[in-house]
Design a protein around this ligand. Structure first.
Ligand SMILES: [Zn+2]
Length: 419
């Protein structure tokens, strides 16, 4: 099975590329035009240019409102169509526009008109619209200046499966949906009561089973103002573990809400982001009672084995420099890194998580012991075990043996409620 890469908010390069796309197009100023967005015919989004836009728009003057590279089709000067496509290409930063259950998911930065269009307004029209963690009925106006890193979901269904700020695809069986809702709420409570953060401020959730022509089966998502989790083309066997995968992915996505964008300034930002998110995921799933200790340990060793299979004569830094990191490595190897950091720290689970939260918030002085905890993959790390984990295969395997022995002999990190 191929796993989809999680298209999260963490591609700094991707953001810069998109920005460059907008800047490079020499077009006149777009004033206060409106772009009316709605579900169009036959699996497309319809974007209609309204108001003063046709007179003043960058589009009307040179006939092109959106960069051709974005694949938004021009029907005429006033109407554009975006086909819905949920197939995630490996080189894509985000899913652009796709059907999710009975609704449509759009990553709005792709639809910012070319030119200086900061005063333009998106008006999204649908029966139910999920924006910044709240539902709206009928229509919502959003200025172009508000859409950085943001997505929107809307549906014209008669009775969408909505609970709080969550949307569940109607093709998810009711019993599964009820289990997921209960698990989600347990996980969110745990973040709040144990880690002291509410991870869903202004955040919506969309969960869907997707059938497309991508020729793969796998799960993935985006973690923006909408946590989108989709399972694409699941087989019958995949559906048997559907609940578990969605709950685990949800827990991982929430962990990203503890992370400052500053950690992506680090060359190993993806290892920090995905590794710590998978570490926090396993610790929380265990402590919230959703998996037992044996299962938690089995998952760590499974990640260690997957990471070993990808190891070679190069260190992590050499791999990153040569662009030779497999997309699973930040997850599996990163998670193992944090467990080694934990077991070599002497901290309790609660203490370790407190320091980790501080490090992930972007505080480079997160601890006086950072030289041995190395939570931000510091090059000057003095912890030989962690140096082995980011070293070549031989060095890595020695430390994995040590980690396996720790997992055997010592308890899993346990977290106490903070209030
Ligand atoms: Zn992630």
């Amino acid at each position: 099975m191929r796993f989809l890469r999680l298209k999260e908010k963490f591609s700094v390069l991707g953001r810069l590329a998109l920005l460059a796309t907008c800047i490079a197009i020499p077009v006149p100023t777009y004033a206060n035009g409106e772009l009316l967005i709605s579900e169009g015919p036959a699996g497309q989004i319809r974007i209609e240019v309204a108001g003063s836009a046709l007179d003043t728009a960058c589009a009307a003057k040179n006939g092109q409102l959106f960069s051709e590279r974005l694949g938004i089709k021009k029907l005429n000067d006033g109407v554009y169509l975006q086909p819905l496509n949920s197939v995630v290409e490996d080189d894509a930063n985000y899913l652009k526009a796709a059907r999710m259950g009975g609704g449509v998911y759009m990553h709005l930065p792709y639809f910012v008109p070319a030119g200086k269009c900061k005063d333009a307004i998106f008006e999204v029209r649908a029966r139910r619209i999920l924006w910044n963690g709240k539902w709206y009925n009928g229509a919502i106006k959003i200025s172009v200046g508000e859409v950085r890193q943001k997505s929107i979901f809307f549906t014209n269904e008669d009775a969408p499966q909505v609970k709080g700020a969550s949307y569940f695809d109607a093709s998810i069986p009711a019993a599964t949906r009820v289990r997921l809702e209960a698990d989600f709420s347990r996980i969110v409570d745990f973040y709040q009561d144990v880690l002291g953060v509410y991870p869903l401020d202004d955040i919506g959730i969309v969960v869907a089973i997707v059938r497309n022509h991508g020729g793969y089966s796998g799960f993935g998502g985006d973690s923006l103002n909408i946590i989108r989790i989709s399972y694409d083309n699941p087989t019958l066997k995949d559906l048997a573990t559907f609940d578990w995968v969605i709950t685990a992915t949800f827990t991982h996505e929430l962990a990203h809400k503890l992370q400052s964008e500053r950690i992506f300034l680090n060359p190993l930002g993806r290892q920090i982001a995905e590794g710590s998110a998978d570490f926090i995921k396993i610790v929380i799933l265990r402590n919230a009672g959703l998996i037992d200790e044996a299962e938690a340990k089995r998952r760590i060793l499974s990640s260690a084995a997957k990471c070993a299979a990808l190891a070679d004569s190069r260190s992590l830094v050499e791999k990153v420099r040569s662009g030779g990191v497999n997309y699973r490595e930040p997850y599996d190897c990163g998670m193992v890194y944090y467990f080694v950091s934990y077991y070599s720290s002497g901290y309790s689970g609660t203490e370790y998580l407190q320091v980790l939260q501080r490090a992930l918030s972007g505080d480079v002085d997160y601890s006086q012991e950072k030289a041995s905890m190395c939570m931000l993959f510091e090059p000057e790390c003095s912890n030989n075990r962690l140096k082995g984990i980011v070293g070549n295969k031989e060095q890595y395997l020695q430390q994995i043996d040590w980690l396996a022995a720790q997992l055997d002999a010592r308890p899993f990190p346990s977290l106490e409620r903070r209030k």
